[in-house]
Design a protein around this ligand. Structure first.
Ligand code: ADP
Ligand code: AMP
Length: 215
């Protein structure tokens, strides 16, 4: 199963990715997570990406495309993959198409999670992430059992620097301009699935899994 998760920032892509990845036995590849790991480790890529990410704008296509190209050749992608946060521009989508066709494969489905702007801001501003395992929580909608502490690994929870209201607004604008056109791009290819993301986390997850199973 080769899947792309599409949707505005804060729609719930990362939250849903764990269940999908487990259900179909495919790796979850989040370009945002890859950048945050590189920033944490102070790599050259992390240093370059950080200035864009903190401003809420996209990292240049050529940097992102190379990372994904490399990642897709790894062994664990043989039976499929779940891309989260990539592609985000038509240039990235075209490059992905070219790479996959060179490998003799193609995408099965693109899951588009729809959420209103007001909810997106609430979701992103309340988002908290475990600094050790990366698990995602929300102060109101999905709180950890113990405030500030990860349920899974007891790691400390932190707030992303780009999750302030101002930066989230900017990221939503960037999404509308550069990423939303991908809905038509994949709809035209006949592989787009629309999901109502304004429901409980479990309900959204069940709908995605049913639609990927073709039920
Ligand atoms: P994305 O990866 O699309 O940016 P996340 O999965 O990180 O979004 O979710 C953003 C925030 O919204 C997180 O704090 C998460 O706990 C919360 N969230 C995700 N799905 C839902 C939902 N269906 N209802 C309410 N809050 C949600
Ligand atoms: P995310 O974790 O998906 O919300 O991504 C966080 C930030 O990383 C984005 O606001 C971008 O600055 C950057 N980023 C992640 N994925 C991409 C991508 N495919 N193209 C360009 N920038 C990206």
């Amino acid at each position: 199963m080769r899947v792309v998760l599409l949707g505005p920032p804060g729609a719930g892509k990362g939250t849903q990715a764990a269940g999908i990845s487990q259900e179909f036995g495919i790796p979850h590849i989040s370009t945002g997570d890859i950048f945050r790991k590189n920033i944490k480790e102070g790599t050259e890529l992390g240093i370059k990406a950080q200035e864009y990410i903190n401003k809420g704008v996209l990292v240049p296509d050529e940097l992102v495309v190379e990372i994904v190209k490399d990642r897709l050749t790894e062994d664990d992608c043989k039976n499929g993959f779940l891309l989260d946060g990539f592609p985000r521009t038509t240039v990235q989508a075209d490059s992905l198409d070219v790479e996959l066709s060179k490998m003799g494969i193609g995408l099965d489905k693109v899951v588009n999670i729809n959420v209103d702007k007001e909810s997106l801001i609430q979701r992103a501003v309340g988002r908290r992430i475990c600094k050790d395992c990366g698990d995602t929580y929300h102060t109101t909608f999905n709180p950890p059992r113990k405030e500030g502490i990860c349920d899974k690994c007891n790691g400390e929870l932190y707030q992303r620097k780009d999750d302030t209201e101002e930066t989230v607004n900017r990221r939503i604008e960037v999404y509308l301009e550069q990423t939303k056109p991908l809905i038509d791009y994949y709809n035209d290819k006949g592989i787009l699935v629309d999901i109502n993301g304004e429901q409980l986390i479990e309900k959204v997850g069940n709908e995605i899994i049913l639609s990927l199973r073709g039920e």
